[in-house]
Unconditional design. Structure first.
Length: 392
């Protein structure tokens, strides 16, 4: 059975994000071998290094980022991969350290017990000294460097020809370098899920799903911890050979420590249209509750999120890609704090030229814009860059 290809398409490429990626989904070259070493160098310009609302600090950034990656089938039913990517950023205008080192390590194991029963485990550990997406409302020009460790596990089986069962687990640990920020935001997030599917038609699968989430803060958890239970239903629909749609809708019951509990709707919708080889258009919508960057004033955030991404082969050697995310949010105030409306837009475009199988040259542009009812949470950030990489 061709097991590894199935998991690569739906798992590793979508989940393992590099430490210093652009927002646009820049494709990597397939070298056709198990062990690949890549060296990347580039220069960029960042208009707001710390995501500050006022007195933004801008700088040119010089970057060196080698990477070693291993992907191989251990047996006909077992696939394993691992990668390590350090990133050195040097800034010509930055208070404090002008040279920062970030790191990302990934490990993945996938095994097919049979044609219908599989297990997939992925771990991503990141040390981000120059974070891609900065948080709103933190003290002016504060260091948002952090360590993040995430483990995802997925077990799926099909008891009959028309039924399927999936078990999911996720554990994420956030650890911020700055002691003040860490006191507010250092936490664990654990998610467990169970879903059952039934093939109503060959192209339509009805889904029922239950999830449980726990959020534990290391400091002052008695005022910030929470747990949620989700119950939802939906469907996965292969509309056509090149178009797939997946949707879920339901409710979340959230219990907050020392604050009012609540019930809220939950919704997610994702669609992907693969209109040509290695060219696609995808997008979706999500409504949910998420953690906030200001835990002293707010319990969490109601998020309406719209997202889209595209990858298009302009020619055989040139690939254009882009992504856009828009969030219309409401920060949920604690008992003595009013709610605040906030809109966040993040987007990026990239054009990548592949002169040979080993070389890739990319020009990129990213933008962040935060509009908030609290002016101290507003932020504008632009980044432009040019890089080249060589794979051995």
């Amino acid at each position: 059975m061709i097991f590894p290809r199935v998991f690569l398409a739906g798992g590793l490429l979508a989940a393992a994000l590099p430490v210093r990626a652009v927002y646009a989904p820049v494709p990597e070259q397939d070298q056709g071998k198990s062990l690949v070493v890549t060296v990347k160098a580039g220069v960029s310009y960042d208009t707001n290094l710390f995501g500050a609302a006022t007195r933004a600090i801008d700088s040119s950034v010089f970057q060196l980022s080698p990477k070693i990656a291993y992907n191989a089938s251990l047996t006909s039913q077992t696939f394993a991969s691992a990668s390590y990517q350090p990133t050195i950023d040097h800034f010509d205008n930055r208070p404090g350290d002008k040279t920062l080192d970030s790191h990302e390590a990934t490990a993945r194991f996938a095994h097919a017990f049979s044609a219908t029963t599989t297990l997939d485990v992925l771990e991503i550990y990141q040390v981000a000294r120059n974070p891609e997406s900065l948080l709103s409302g933190l003290p002016l020009n504060s260091d948002q460097s952090n360590n993040r460790n995430e483990v995802d596990a997925n077990f799926s089986t099909a008891p009959t020809a028309k039924t399927s069962v999936t078990l999911k687990a996720r554990a994420v640990n956030y650890d911020y370098r700055n002691a003040v920020i860490g006191r507010s935001l250092d936490r664990f997030e654990n998610l467990l899920g169970f879903s059952g599917g039934y093939a109503v038609l060959p192209e339509v699968k009805a889904i029922a799903e239950f999830r449980h989430q726990d959020v534990f803060y290391r400091k002052l958890g008695e005022a910030k911890n929470k747990r949620s239970d989700y119950l939802m239903a939906g469907a996965d629909y292969d509309v056509a050979k090149k178009l797939t749609v997946s949707g879920r809708a339901g409710a979340e019951w959230r219990h907050r420590s020392s604050e009012r509990s609540s019930t809220a709707p939950y919704a997610e919708l994702v669609a992907k249209y693969s209109y040509a080889e290695d060219s696609f258009l995808s997008g979706g919508y999500m409504y949910t509750l998420e953690e906030t960057s200001d835990t002293a004033r707010f319990t969490d955030t109601k998020v309406n999120r719209f997202f889209a991404s595209v990858q298009h082969h302009v020619t055989a050697l040139i690939v254009a890609s882009g992504s856009l995310t828009y969030e219309s949010s409401v920060l949920q105030g604690r008992r003595t704090q009013a709610n605040i409306d906030e809109d966040i837009t993040r987007g990026g475009v990239a054009v990548t030229y592949y002169p040979t199988k080993n070389w890739a040259i990319a020009a990129t542009y990213d933008a962040d814009h935060v509009s908030s009812g609290d002016r101290n949470r507003e932020m504008v950030r632009h980044r432009t860059g040019l890089s080249a990489s060589y794979a051995f």
